[in-house]
Design a protein. Structure first.
Length: 320
C-alpha cells in the first residue's frame, strides 16, 4: 500500500484516479483550490484540503511520508477562469514550479515520484496523423505553452536533482463526470448530456475537426502505470489511442446509441484552430504495455448511460 498526493484531485480526471487508487488499497491525499471543481461526495477515506497548490507549506505537509504525487492541478480549458488576482500562467506553471522546488528539498531525505498530466495541445496544429513524442512542439494557446514550460522544468529538475518523474501528454479524455456546459471542451460528455435532456447538439464550425478520444478509465490506467516507470530520465509518453474521429462522427454515433434518434445539429461560428490531432501510441505500448483501448462507441455508450442515470435520479427526487 502506498500514499499518493493528487493536486487538482477534485476535477474530472482526479476523481476517477482517486477511486482507482483507493480500489487498489492505496491512501489518497488531495489538494485542490476548487476553482473549477467541487469537493462534494469525495470518498471519506480521502484526506482533502482546499488550498493553493503553489503553497510550499501546504505541499510539504501533504507530501510528508508520501510515495508519489500526481500533478493534475491546472486550468485545462481557455473557458476556465483563474481566481481573482491570479493569472492562468501562475496556476498552470506556477504550481508545477512550486511542486518541483518542494520535491527537490524533500528528495534529499526520501524519494517521491512525480507523474505530470500534460496535454496534446503542446503540439499545436501538426497537420498530419499519428503525432509522435518527437514531433516539434508549437502550442497555439497559453495552456499548451504553460504545459510545455512545465514539461521542460520537470525534465531539468529530474536531470539536476534526481527527481523521478514521468510525463503523460493526455489527448481528449472523456467519460462520465466530465464538464458538460455549453463551452465545455469535452465534446462526448457535452453531446451526451444534451441528448438525454432532449436538446440539439451544438457543432463547432464544420464539425470536421478530428481528435483522438481517450476514455477516462484508460487515461486513469495510464496515469497509475506511469508512476511505476517514473525515473531521473523523465520519460515522456503520449496518452492516446492512435484513432481519430471527427466531431460530426461523434454526434452521429451518440445519436445512434440514443435510441437512433437524430436531433437537429446547430452550427456554431466558433471553430478550433487545430484541424487534426491524433497521437501515436507506439511508445506508450512499448513502455507501459498499453495496446488496446476502449472503443469510442463503447465509451460513448457508457457516458450516455451515466447521464441518463443522473437524469432519472433527479426525476425521482423531484417526484418525492
Amino acid at each position: 500500500m502506498a500514499t499518493y498526493l493528487i493536486t487538482g484531485g477534485c476535477g474530472f480526471i482526479g476523481r476517477h484516479l482517486t477511486q482507482h487508487l483507493l480500489s487498489q488499497g492505496h491512501q489518497v491525499r488531495i489538494i485542490d483550490n476548487l476553482t473549477t471543481s467541487h469537493a462534494n461526495d469525495l470518498p471519506t477515506a480521502v484526506d482533502f484540503i482546499q488550498g493553493d497548490c503553489r503553497s510550499q507549506l501546504l505541499l510539504e505537509e501533504y507530501l510528508r511520508d508520501a510515495d508519489g504525487v500526481f500533478h493534475l492541478a491546472a486550468l485545462n480549458s481557455l473557458n476556465q477562469k483563474p481566481p481573482q488576482g491570479i493569472t492562468a500562467h501562475e496556476m498552470n506553471f506556477g504550481s508545477t514550479f512550486s511542486l518541483l522546488n518542494c520535491l527537490q528539498r524533500i528528495d534529499r531525505q526520501r524519494a517521491i515520484k512525480l507523474v505530470y498530466a500534460s496535454t496534446a495541445e503542446v503540439y499545436g496544429n501538426p497537420g498530419f496523423l499519428q503525432v509522435s513524442e518527437d514531433h516539434p512542439t508549437t502550442p497555439l494557446n497559453s495552456i499548451g505553452s504553460d504545459k510545455r514550460c512545465s514539461e521542460l522544468q520537470i525534465q531539468q529538475y529530474s536531470r539536476e536533482y534526481g527527481i523521478a518523474s514521468c510525463i503523460l501528454r493526455l489527448f481528449n479524455v472523456y467519460g462520465p463526470g466530465a464538464a458538460t456546459g455549453s463551452h465545455s471542451d469535452s465534446v462526448v460528455s457535452r453531446f451526451a448530456c444534451s441528448l438525454v435532456q432532449g436538446r440539439p447538439l451544438l457543432i463547432e464550425g464544420s464539425g470536421q475537426q478530428i481528435r483522438d478520444y481517450l476514455y477516462i478509465d484508460d487515461a486513469v490506467g495510464m496515469l497509475s502505470a506511469a508512476m511505476s516507470i517514473a525515473s531521473e530520465q523523465a520519460p515522456l509518453l503520449n496518452a492516446c489511442t492512435g484513432c481519430g474521429h471527427s466531431t460530426n462522427e461523434v454526434a452521429r454515433l451518440l445519436s445512434h446509441v440514443h435510441h437512433g434518434i437524430n436531433l437537429v445539429m446547430q452550427a456554431s461560428t466558433h471553430a478550433s484552430a487545430v484541424d487534426c490531432l491524433i497521437g501515436s501510441p507506439q511508445r506508450l505500448s512499448q513502455v507501459l504495455g498499453f495496446s488496446s483501448f476502449t472503443p469510442l462507441a463503447l465509451g460513448s455508450e457508457k457516458t450516455l448511460a451515466h447521464y441518463q442515470g443522473l437524469l432519472s435520479q433527479l426525476a425521482s427526487q423531484q417526484a418525492c
